[in-house]
Design a protein around this ligand. Structure first.
Ligand SMILES: Cc1ncc(COP(=O)(O)O)c(C=O)c1O
Length: 389
């Protein structure tokens, strides 16, 4: 199989798996228990917390383990909204967020919070003027993703961080797609809360982190025991926490090298596609983009059909967020980039990973022109030039 869907999930790194295994077997103890073996598990959890903190340039006590990106986003947004309601009930986000943010905001709207959804430009970059204009006296939280999962566009977080700091507004970022792919430094970005997820950076599924800057007022969502500084209850998922620490360590060591290799590989891929197929374009920013994300519009060819044809040949890609694929609606992200529904329907997301090779890309480039031609000949998507520009 040629796997080109790393934004959906990544294979667990063998080093991560190896680090986790003992904590399923001989070292299965509850880290809160009194005996020495359990103390060891407490120590390794704290070591993992330190590794992750150093990776993000945070302090260890600002790292809270969760069940993944979705929980971290929910915790950040609802937690800050609930505990700061006395200051205001206005939240700002963007139109291209992941459903973990968008649907949390929609839920809060039903509870009386007011949410503004800031538009992006044709490249998927947030409109900073619109963001500044949307800020009000009662704005308590701005939540803008770091890098988009569908088109890879990287947002100007430091600029937003400077605005939120000057106005005393909390700033959360969903960094699920950026951590492990590009540098993420909470001080440089000026964020107060940051969500990450293990399975997007060659770690295990079902584990994540919410970075919470010291002093942030936040209400817990999960009540129970006193784990995670009393703000996220539940017996720690020891193997996954160890695995996440290891994944961050590996990512930190290879960050620069992997990023430049992935950038070269996706440029190589794009050259292969655009050199062999007519009427194709990249969705998203030409360079302010995650190095391995290549979202391509094959004009007149149905994206889902391209994917099915690739799947038959053992090539895995996707049409957008894994959570919404299969819904058959045009991607809300592509529509937000002002791409018309028909062109959005012709788009495919390739997301390359650290193990992909030029040889694999060559194989995909070899089969893609035939697939696209067949689909265009058989059942072309009607593109209305009036509506689609
Ligand atoms: C940008 C973004 N945020 C949040 C999530 C959800 O993370 P998790 O799968 O760990 O719940 C995803 C996963 O696709 C994502 O891409």
């Amino acid at each position: 199989m040629i796997y080109l869907d790393h934004n959906a999930t990544t294979p667990t790194h063998p080093g991560v798996l190896e680090a986790m295994i003992p904590y399923f077997s001989e070292s299965f103890y509850n880290p809160s228990s009194m005996y020495q073996n359990a103390h060891h598990n407490r120590e390794v959890i704290e070591k993992s917390r330190e590794i992750i903190a150093s990776f993000l340039n945070a302090k260890p006590d600002e790292i809270i383990f969760t069940s993944g990106g979705t929980e971290s986003d929910n915790f950040a947004i609802k937690g800050v909204a609930y505990s700061n309601r006395n200051k205001g009930n206005h939240i700002i986000t963007s139109t291209i967020e992941h459903p973990a943010v968008l649907n949390t905001c929609k839920y809060l709207e039903k509870q009386g919070f007011l949410v503004d959804y800031i538009p992006v430009d044709e490249y998927g970059i947030i409109d900073l003027d619109a963001l500044e204009e949307a800020i009000r006296e009662d704005t308590i939280l701005i939540t803008i993703m770091h890098a988009n999962n569908e088109v890879g566009s990287i947002q100007p977080l430091s600029e937003i961080g400077a605005i939120t700091r000057s106005k005393g507004i909390y700033f959360h970022t969903d960094a699920v797609q950026s951590v492990g792919k590009i540098p993420v430094n909470v001080e440089e970005l000026g964020v107060d809360l940051l969500a990450l997820s293990g399975h997007k950076l060659y770690g295990p599924k079902g584990v994540g982190v919410l970075y919470i800057r010291s002093g942030t007022k936040i209400t817990p969502l999960i009540h129970g025991g006193s784990q995670e500084s009393d703000i996220r209850a539940g017996t720690e998922n020891v193997p996954s926490i160890i695995g996440l620490g290891k994944a961050c360590e590996i990512a930190q060591n290879g960050l620069k090298e992997n990023a430049s290799r992935l950038r070269e590989l996706s440029d190589y891929f794009w050259k292969g596609i655009s050199g062999n197929i007519e009427d194709v374009f990249v969705n998203g920013h030409p360079d302010k983009r995650l190095p391995g994300t290549l979202n391509v519009c094959f004009k007149y060819a149905e994206g889902e059909a391209v994917l099915l044809n690739l799947d038959v040949l053992g090539i895995a890609a996707s049409s957008g967020s894994a959570c919404s694929s299969g819904e058959n609606e045009p991607s809300h992200v592509l529509l937000a980039l002002d791409i018309c529904p028909a062109l959005a329907q012709c788009s495919v997301r390739f997301s390359l990973g650290n193990d992909n090779t030029c040889k694999e890309i060559d194989k995909v480039v070899e089969v893609l022109p035939g697939i696209v031609k067949r689909l265009r000949d058989m059942s072309p998507i009607d593109i209305d030039p009036e509506k689609c520009g």
